[in-house]
Write a protein that binds this ligand. Sequence first.
Ligand SMILES: Nc1ncnc2c1ncn2[C@@H]1O[C@H](COP(=O)(O)OP(=O)(O)O)[C@@H](O)[C@H]1O
Ligand SMILES: [Mg+2]
Length: 423
Amino acid sequence: MKVLIVGSGAREHAIVRALMRDENVTGIECAPGNAGIAGDVTTLPLDVTDTQAIAALALERGVDLVVIGPEAPLVAGAADAIRAAGIACFGPSAQAARLEGSKAFAKEVMAEAGVPTAMALVCTDGDQIDGALDTFTRPGTPYVVKDDGLAGGKGVVVTDDRAVAVAHARACLAGGSAVVMEEFLDGPEVSLFAITDGTCVVPLQPAQDFKRAHDDDAGPNTGGMGAYSPLPWAPADVVDDVTARVLQPMIDAMAARGTPFVGLLYAGLAMTSRGIRVVEFNARFGDPETQVVLARLQSGLGGLMMAAATGHLETHPAPVWSSDAAVTVVIAAQGYPESPRTGDVIAGLGDAAASAGVDILHAGTRVQDDGSIAASGGRVLSVTAVGDTLHQARERAYTAVDLIILEGSHHRRDIALAAATQE
Ligand SMILES: Nc1ncnc2c1ncn2[C@@H]1O[C@H](COP(=O)(O)OP(=O)(O)O)[C@@H](O)[C@H]1O
Ligand SMILES: [Mg+2]
């Protein structure tokens, strides 16, 4: 089987590495990729926002399966274009990707499917903002204001300051057509991914990510600064429970609407004092959780994705998981997330990659004319390690992180720390 992966982050690098371990996959190409991916497989230039160009590249390369990493091409209809060209695609249609592309739509389907989530109101007019905020005013709990559409991780504001909440709501309406206000959910967050062919749901392993830039959840929101799996503190039945109460009902509801969801459904969950609630859905693998989830996958990823893309998941063998723990630490460029500085050369990658249990996954990197590797984006590397315990995986990951030199870069020191202490 020959596979084309579309995207350029550490998520795509993790997918490439997992496919490299699958003996059924005979060819792997990635577009556009990054410096690390180019060290592993053939990379090809591509504008990932151009859905026709993606389909044309898949045809030209003669691949059997296309895997779409990021959300923007999915929402724009890349999977539809690829399937129209007669090629199997791991990724939802534009209609199904609306579960990520519109938070109001996701709320509508959750209501239909009876899936537990935060109470919410959708505003389409500035006059509705104050009333909606009043509805969710509770002493001691912040306002939650969400841009309806894709916002690259910058669409959600959680704030005690009513003026800030109103200003964000107005900005969302000015830039789009709707804003979602919802009740505040307390409790730790869990990410659970499921692979689905539109009918059958195969959950993967749960993970937790760290969204804030600095230790102790200080600083601005980011695309994600680290992750770990498994979650020693989570209830033993969390995967079965979320599959039965969240993932399967959503997949059933999408099928009943005539817009089956094929690919990866990501449930972002809050474990509140009143039970599990969905925070959001994504229509693709999450970054950085994918790095730790796939580090623990022992069976082939290619076959699983192909079975989902072609509607044969029911008869495909279930994934096999290692009992290892995995931790990933993101090294970010100076100034990330506000204004990342690019162009600095990265040293120590070889030594870091040679350390025990470690995988250096690249995100924003590129090869310079002199052959050196330089930072080319905000999140630069995702240093991933496995170990017998979270404690060991953390030690290994941070040993490798400390071998990497990137001027001005920053990373969190507390990824998986609390969970490793509880282990
Ligand atoms: N109802 C809520 N209560 C508390 N925190 C929330 C709520 N909704 C979102 N958040 C916080 O904001 C983050 C981003 O929100 P999310 O819905 O995941 O949007 P996106 O990932 O598209 O930015 C979540 O990971 C969570 O930490
Ligand atoms: Mg999110």
